[in-house]
Structure formats: C-alpha cells, structure tokens
Ligand binder design. Structure first.
Ligand code: BES
Ligand code: ZN
Ligand code: ZN
Length: 521
C-alpha cells in the first residue's frame, strides 16, 4: 500500500509516510527481548500499569491491562507474562498490590521486590536482555536485578553453570526523556547496581566454604577486589604484628587452628585530610567449631558464615569506594578460625587483652567477643574515630530474640541509633534497638582469677551480656559514639523470597552503605 501511494502521488511522500509509520507500542531503544513492568489493582478496581505514558502507547497499555483483568491479577506479588507485544517477545507484569507505594523507602522496596519476581519468572522463559520499568524507583529496580541474580556456582561442574547464564539487565526508560532525566536514571541505576553488588560480595565471602575462605584467602580476595579503586589502602597484618601489639584475646582464639590469622585493615580516604574517620569492625571467624567447647555437629556447616561481620564490612567498603563517598572510613577485620587442638585455649585459661584487662575464658565458643575486644580497642585507641560500629554473628540468643527480620543494635549514642534506624528503614534491611546496660556485665565480673569472664551466667539475655562485655574494650567509651550490631539472626535466609536468596544473606551491607552516604548530609 505504501509503495502504491508513493508511485501514485510522489509529492505526498512525507505526509503519507507519516501516516504509515506503525504507531510505537513500547519505547525500546535498547532492544530488550523482555520487559518487567509493574502494576497495581485498587480494591474493586481494574489493574493499572505504573509505566509512564512516554514509554508505552495507550493502545498497548489498554491491551495489557485487559489481559491482567481477565487473569485475576491483583495480589501483591502476582506475576503474569504475555508474549509478542509491540515487538517485545516477553512482557512480565508484577503486582505491587492494591496501591502505588507512597514513601521513597516503600517505592524502593516495591521496585526491588517486583524486579526480582519478574526476573525469576523470565529466567526459565529464555530471556537474555531484560528491560526493567524504573518509573517507581530506579535504584531499587537496579538493586533487585543484581541481588536476585546472585548464585555461587564456581564450584559446580560446567554443565550446571551453563544453566545459570547471567541475564543482561538495564533500565527501561523513555527515549524522549533526554538530557538530565536520562543521566539521572543512569546514575541511580549505577548506584543501585553498586549497592546490590556490594551485598553480593558479602554473600560470596560468607557462602564460600571455610577451606577456600581462610583468613589468608579472605585477605587476598579483598586486596584483589579493592585494587585499583581510588583512595583505598588495604593493610594485611600477620601474627607477629598482632603479637607485638599484645592482642592476646585475638591470639587466644586463633591459636587452636593451623591456619594463620590475619588482621585486615581497610583505609578509605575519600574525605578531607584531617577529617575524623568513622570506624567499622567486623567479626571474621572463618569457621567456628566452638573450639574445645565444641559445638554439636548439627548445623555446624553454617559456621563458615561466622565471618559475616567481616564480610558485610568488606562489602560496604567496596560500595563506599565505588561510590567515592567524601568521608574517611577505617575498617578493622580480625580473621581467624576457632578450632580445637592441642594448642587451643582451654576453658579456665586466662589471657590479658590489649587494653590490659584480664579475661577468664570460661567457654571457648564465646570467641567472637574475644577477637572483637582487641580489634575494638585497637581501632578506638589508635584512630579516635568519630563513630565506631562493629558487626558480628555474635550470639544464638540474638536469633532467638529477633529472628531473621531485624538485626539488633546496642549503642551508647541516640544520634548514632537514629542514623542507623534511618538507614535500615531506607534500605528495608532494618535494625531494632536493644539495651546496652552495665547491669548485663555484672555477671561477667565475678571471676575469682580475672577482671572478666567471657560467659556470664546461663542463657538469659545472652545477646545483651555479649554487648555489655564488648563495651569494656572501647577506648574512651564516654566520648566515642559506638554501636554493636549482632547479625547472628539475619546471617542466613532460609528460603528464596524475591531478592532474598536462600543461603548466606550478606545483610546488612546495603544499610551500612546507606548509613555512610547519610554521613555526608
Ligand atoms: N558464632 C556463634 C553465634 C552464632 C550462632 C552465630 C548461630 C550464628 C548462628 C558464637 O560464636 C557462639 O558460639 N556464641 C555462643 C555464646 C555462648 C557460648 C555464650 C552462643 O550463642 O551459644
Ligand atoms: Zn562460638
Ligand atoms: Zn562465633
């Protein structure tokens, strides 16, 4: 018909041509083979796509909404896929529930979840290049894309790996949103990718088996990861150095293992010279057998994740460096194994920590507080940080108290608590405040032979007594804003739900980056 017109009436060419250009159904400059769109269904109403009218023609919108209506699409998390719409092979629509999210945190979380659900639906359908509707929230959508693609397949045979081909993902945004709009989309997308990748770093470190993620290998992995990033210095301390510093609490844990310990320092100097630094400390027990106070064998394999504190701190430092945040941050990661052997510490042994306090080791399985004692003291006395946060898979009691939804925060500073609470809410990786009270350490002060014992009495309030014990090792504790975060409960996700993948969680890496980002304001 077009040719005929042209032949018949050449001077009308332009007008005719305009008439015959097919109406654009989707903007798709990136040639995505699949799209993930979001929609909501008001109570007693019809499904409604959230995508901007710049990106999708009215006809296409109506056609999709009609299909959603007749397939009973309404509940949060409902997913439908339709095929060959407007030149796109697969269009997957994910429900965000009855209404559009309202706050920024809700938008971000909805985008994170919806992107993950959409991707999970598209993966078995052979999607290779997926465009993600970013109209709800760009950063959240990017985080969802990166987090939901995490897998640890390096140790599987090649045939199994092929099935886990990575899918290329990008923001599906309007072509006409030229200039600043587009560049802010790209920037936010990149930020989201960094947040997601940082948590994946922590997941990878925690998931790697303990024989392949020893203190030495962990240090090498981080040095490699951070190499080439600006303003970062990685310093790896060995046993001789630790001994010279009198870190005997740390040494007492490491001595049972044949694997040499490491103290990993990461210095990030994105701020002005002379600006006070912020400190992060992470428990890095690459395997916790319990030592001579041996743990029962049930679930023992999970204890490869007892370096979750170190892993999340390292992940956060990766993110902070990638974002080049204008702050100074020092991370201190005491890394060792807790093993039984002829050289291991025994219940009843007494050691003198770096700050001079003597500790009777009543239970060698309460080892986290020992390695942290020296790392906290070293960081706070050597660098006088403006704030110091330690993260540790410290107590089973924390898991009993809060389970896997909230990580528990014990802090001497309301302002620091407010910052952490804000960051946790923003990233949907939340914190709950727990009591930091000297009352809990009393029971650890009745040793007949030392200043402190490392156990307390019985199981009651175990997470609180561990926190109170750590406070004894913060130099200038009345002048330093300090928080201890017990992440034992959130260490592992028991099943895959959206972007939370079954296995080691890498939480709360994103909250730490968010916290660091908020320090600037
Ligand atoms: N790494 C464990 C705590 C843990 C338990 C982390 C479960 C993640 C999941 C820690 O070193 C430990 O063994 N703590 C003891 C302390 C007790 C002996 C005072 C515990 O919680 O039982
Ligand atoms: Zn232990
Ligand atoms: Zn432990």
């Amino acid at each position: 018909m077009f040719r005929l017109n042209r032949a018949v009436n050449r001077q009308c060419f332009l007008r005719q041509r305009q008439q015959f250009v097919p109406k654009r159904l989707f903007s798709n400059i990136n040639n995505y083979d699949s799209l993930i769109l979001n929609a909501y269904t008001p109570k007693n109403g019809k499904p409604s796509l959230i995508a901007s009218s710049k990106d999708i023609s009215n006809n296409t919108r109506q056609a999709i909404e009609e299909q959603l209506g007749i397939s009973n699409f309404k509940k949060l998390g409902d997913v439908r896929t339709i095929y060959n719409v407007g030149g796109v092979s697969r269009v997957t629509i994910v429900s965000v529930g009855e209404e559009q999210p309202k706050t920024l945190a809700e938008e971000q979380e909805a985008a994170r979840k919806a992107t993950a659900l959409g991707l999970q639906a598209l993966k078995p359908l052979g999607a290779k290049r997926v465009g993600v509707d970013v109209s709800m929230n760009v950063q959240g959508a990017a985080e969802g894309s990166v987090l939901s693609q995490f897998s640890f397949s390096k140790l599987k045979s090649p045939t199994a790996i092929e099935k886990e081909d990575n899918i290329e993902m990008g923001p599906w945004a309007s072509v006409s949103a030229a200039g600043s709009a587009n560049s802010s989309i790209n920037k936010d997308w990149e930020t989201g990718q960094i947040y997601g990748a940082s948590q994946n770093v922590a997941r990878m470190l925690m998931t790697a088996p303990a024989n392949l993620m020893t203190p030495k290998l962990f240090s090498e992995e981080i040095a490699y990861l951070l190499a080439g990033l600006e303003n970062v210095e990685v310093i790896v301390r060995d046993e001789d150095w630790v001994r010279r510093k009198n870190m005997n609490a740390f040494l007492s844990v490491a001595r049972g293992s044949d694997e040499p310990l490491r103290l990993l320092e990461i210095h990030y100097k994105g701020g002005k010279e002379g600006d006070r630094c912020h400190g992060l400390v992470g428990k890095g027990i690459t395997f916790d057998s319990g030592g001579i106070s041996l743990k029962p064998s049930n679930g023992l394999a999970l204890m490869k994740g007892d370096m979750g504190g170190a892993a999340t701190v390292a992940g956060a430092l990766y993110g902070i460096s990638k974002l080049q945040l204008p702050i100074n941050m020092i991370a201190m990661l005491p890394l060792c194994e807790n093993m039984p052997s002829g050289k291991a510490s025994k219940p009843g042994d007494v050691i003198k920590a770096m700050n001079g306090k003597s500790i009777e080791i009543l239970d060698t399985d309460a080892e986290g507080r020992l390695v942290l004692a020296d790392a906290l003291y070293y960081l706070s006395s050597e660098y006088s940080p403006e704030s110091m946060i330690d993260l540790a898979t410290l107590t089973g009691a924390m898991d009993v108290a809060l389970g896997d939804v909230y990580a528990g925060v014990f802090t001497n500073c309301d302002k620091l608590w407010n910052s952490l609470e804000k960051a946790g809410k923003q990233t949907s990786d939340p914190f709950w405040r727990m009591p930091l009270d000297d009352g809990y350490v009393e029971e650890m002060k009745d040793s007949l032979v030392a200043d402190l014992n490392n156990l307390g009495k019985g199981r009651s309030g175990g997470a609180c007594s561990a926190a109170a014990f750590l406070k004894e090792f913060v130099a200038d504790v009345n002048k330093t804003a300090w928080a201890h975060i017990d992440i034992a409960g959130v260490m592992e996700s028991s099943s895959t739900i959206g972007y939370n993948i079954k296995g080691m969680s890498g939480r709360p890496t994103r909250s730490l980056i968010e916290y660091a980002r908020n320090l600037i304001n």
